[in-house]
Design a protein around this ligand. Sequence first.
Ligand code: DGJ
Length: 687
Amino acid sequence: MRSVTFDASSRRWLLRTPATGYVVALADDDAPRCLHWGPVLTAEQAAGLPAPAAFGASSFDSTAGEEELVTEAGARFETPSLQVVFPGGDRGIEWRHEGHDIDGGHLTLRFSDRRHPFLVELHYRVYEDSDVIERWTVLRSQVPVTVLRCDSAAWSVPMLDGYRLSHVTGGWSSEHALSRTELVVGETTLTSRRGVTSHHANPWLMIDGGDAGEGHGEVWSCALAWSGSWRVTLTRTPSGRLSWTGGFGHEGLTWRPAPGEEWVTPVSAGVYAPDGYGEASRRWHDHVARHVLPRPEELRPVVYNAWEAVGFDVNEANQRDLARLAAGAGVELFVMDDAWFGGRTSDGAGLGDWWVNEERFPDGLSPLIDEVHRLGMRFGLWVEPEMVNPDSDLYRAHPDWVLHMPGRSRTLLRNQLVLNFARPDVADWAHKWLHKLVSEHAVDFLKWDFNRAFTEAGLPGDPDQDRLWIDHVRAVYSIMDRLRADHPHLRIEACAGGGGRTDLGILARTDQVWTSDNTDAHDRIAIQRGFSQVYPARVMAAWVTDSPNPLTGRAVPLRFRFHVAMAGALGLGGDLARWSEAELSEAAELVAVYKDIRPVVQFGRLWRLPYGVQYVHGDRIAVLAWRGPAAFGAPLPPLRLAGLDPLARYRDEDTGAVHHGAVLMSRGLPLDLRGDYASALVRLRAC
Ligand code: DGJ
């Protein structure tokens, strides 16, 4: 049951999700403070919480704390969430509460500055069927101001003995590497200055007291719904408090909203879980499925993508051959990757010239698309709308369309430059050709790629050019939204050189994410573990590719590769033309098995296990277990399952063996994983 209530006598608001509670109160100076974020509280319990503490023991201390948005006014020395400079030089906001609105699960707290005609709204939203609280900020000024920072929200947790931060780090082909580390006393910043979410960090975090595990301990977690540059700064004070503030943009940018303009931040979402990282993840997954994804109810199709098979050497003949083999293996969606257009025969030319390459496809794309449809598959195409190679007709015609600064060279990365989608004419051009492509070519699916970071992010002549960091992302969102509205059958995969654009913002208009360009099943286990902390299995695209893996050179059995990829939205990405008959037929069998467990994986709830994962959906359970390199004397213990009914019995659908829930969770499921890269899929059904 969700609810939002207000207690006028104590000036506090109580927000309730089905299993958690959140209390905001006004301090004597009207500053909004968090009094509670944790288990559900009754109205009486919320009213009994101590009033906002008076901070500041000495003339050097902060007088504020646990503020819902940290301003710069007065004795506040934390990382500001809101930095505004008014005409005449005044900085910060002196809070004056103006009122509130409650509309179902949506609470708006309205404030003004005590001296300047400037309004701040703090928004909160809770749902009937999610424990996630969404928050965002809206500014409106009647005078011209300079905004140096405007975060979506600041969050605080109760005082704990210690604070452990969980987050992900990485790089291209090593994204989503999970790190758990004790927070230092001081400030810790997680950020992307790349114009995109990034491989190097992802805008989510989890906090626990150092004592949580997969199945126990309190966890507080946050994620930002934004696909451009972002920053989150956590502050652990010497006096033992922890809070953080986060939002779009990185430090050093300035924005100048016009008088009267509404400045709206993206959503910062937060969730509390009393029993471990696993439950925090499941709460995120439920929320993404119920309130973020556009088509959560659809089973994600088994994809074939030929990128690893042919690279830039795409032509009609090889795509037809691969399509035939893919269909034979049970693939449902055939995606043609890079190099079908313009003069794109390597990464050195052609990006931006979005017409079919006539040498490679003399009769256009229709014969291939017809063949793919005839084979019973849907058809998808790779695009990279935000980019251009200097060696392209587009760039020769519009060299001013890219991000650039007049006195700086144009840095090339992967031989390409970034088109400035903050320019309406450029965004309009992109929307037009994408709309035409989808309309004219029976395209069911777009893999929307983004292969380089922003540099020289300028828009010469624009006095407010730092807006492009925001407006570019909004233009991408708007093009995707329009395409989906005009082509209801269209599905989109978000990709940025692998998983560089994975976040709640992009997931609101896409169906899945290309998780990583690293398809080595051994490496993927860790990548998928990091990915699964917040993002659900149904959006985690996972291909089975060749062995040895083209990137790492590691050889692992086909079965193991399948069993790892089956933990997400399964696809094939190898050079099927080089697979033996035996491999193709084993692949077809494993694809069929995946289709059987697909609803369990894609719609089920996830439990991460010591060397595998378990999905539970209704009375069905799918367990995927993986063993890495074997070592003598180090046998794997039986795999202890979790989240089952201890009193229920579960029948192994393949062997008929019956197990007791209590035994599966205490002693474990016996698995005979022998040899390097042994793996197993166990299908259980409650009986
Ligand atoms: C990067 C993507 O991650 C790959 O899967 C592939 O689409 C290439 N770009 C194509 O250039």
